[in-house]
Design a protein around this ligand. Structure first.
Ligand code: G3I
Length: 317
């Protein structure tokens, strides 16, 4: 059959899959991701704790390894992620900060990392997961120190200054459907754009649950792009109770098809990245015990009905 990437091209979008350093050492994983996907996102190796473990000490080994792998497969890379409350080194999360000193630390981190990868990445998730489910600002070292979301424009401006061409995204989960959290994303981005903050895109992670998708996926992505930014699904996976029943497998197929269609059928949705591609490697079972089987290939690298749902959305058979 046709590869996912050839089908995605026929619809004018890219399709990607996240990868970790250990996973690209698995020859089957490496072969399939290179054949089927246009792009990859490092699952962990470009996060703050990995890249700047001590103040001003930068370690690009893991990130470069993913980048070099991608280049060897003719794939592009989505950088992930510059400012996030999680996977911070303790000197950041437990540091004693003022607005001034934390601004300097953010600017130094963002400038150094974006400069290192200048011209080599297509997208950066500049800011990740700043909202609570009710649309308020999440508690973090950043929101506590600033007392508001002013660290966001600081990060975007530093990123733009370091690389004028890479697409700069704000990214979050549970912003796929209309609701308080996606309302907050929409409203904040609208305000920041009016202030000239260089935001190019809104990423909807799309960590979803079989049978529990809302019906406003298209409508919500369309309101994001109505702001004049692009959008993308950045971490799609659809988990269920393991092992998936036959009925849940069929539902998962429909849910993948619907999610992919939401991007394909929305002008300005540029692509979809799946958070891995095989159930052999997935963050879900460790975080949600009893849940998993969230990806289009099973643990033995066999295609699942979920894969066929993606194919259908991309116009294949
Ligand atoms: O590297 C250490 C290793 O040295 C140690 O032996 C091992 C034992 O636990 O842990 C390893 O670190 C793990 C790391 O993944 C690398 O494998 C961490 O424990 C584990 O917590 C971490 O999980 C990652 C998770 O983010 C942490 O926040 C997942 O792989 C990664 O897929 C996941 O990705 C996030 C996105 O960045 C943001 N959106 C949500 C998504 C899913 O949680």
């Amino acid at each position: 059959g046709a590869t996912l990437k050839s089908l995605a091209e026929s619809k004018g979008i890219y399709i990607g899959a996240a990868a970790d350093n250990g996973e690209i050492a698995d020859p089957t994983f490496a072969r399939i991701i290179g054949q089927e996907f246009h792009s990859t996102t490092p699952g962990n190796s470009m996060k703050w704790d990995a890249i700047e473990p001590s103040p001003g000490v930068f370690n690009y080994k893991g990130g470069d390894e993913i980048l070099n792998f991608a280049v060897s497969k003719g794939m592009t890379v989505r950088g992930h992620t510059l400012v996030w409350h999680s996977q911070l080194p303790s000197w950041v999360s437990e540091g004693t900060w003022t607005k001034e000193t934390l601004t300097a630390a953010i600017e130094n981190h963002v400038t150094n990392v974006v400069t290192h990868y200048k011209g080599k990445l297509l997208h950066w998730d500049v800011v990740n997961e700043i909202f609570n489910e009710d649309g308020t600002l999440r508690d973090s070292v950043f929101s506590r120190t600033f007392g508001n979301a002013d660290f966001v424009p600081i990060a975007f401006r530093a990123a733009r200054a370091a690389d004028p061409d890479v697409k700069l995204y704000i990214n979050d989960y549970n912003v796929e459907f209309i609701g308080p959290k996606s309302d907050a994303m929409y409203t904040y981005v609208k305000q920041w754009l009016a202030e000239g903050v260089p935001i190019d895109g809104i990423g909807a992670q799309a960590h979803l649950v079989v049978g529990l998708l809302g019906d406003t996926f298209h409508e919500n992505l369309a309101r994001f792009t109505s702001l004049g930014v692009e959008t993308a699904l950045t971490e799609l996976d659809i988990r269920g109770n393991t092992p998936l029943s036959a009925a849940d497998s069929q539902q998962q197929k429909d849910d993948y098809e619907y999610s992919m269609r939401a991007c394909v059928e929305t002008d300005g949705c540029v692509g979809v990245t799946i958070w891995g591609f095989t159930d052999r490697y997935s963050w879900v079972p460790t975080t949600f015990p009893g849940e998993g089987d969230a990806l289009p290939w099973d643990k033995n690298f066999q295609r699942k009905p979920a894969h066929d749902g993606i194919v259908l959305a991309l116009g294949g058979t």
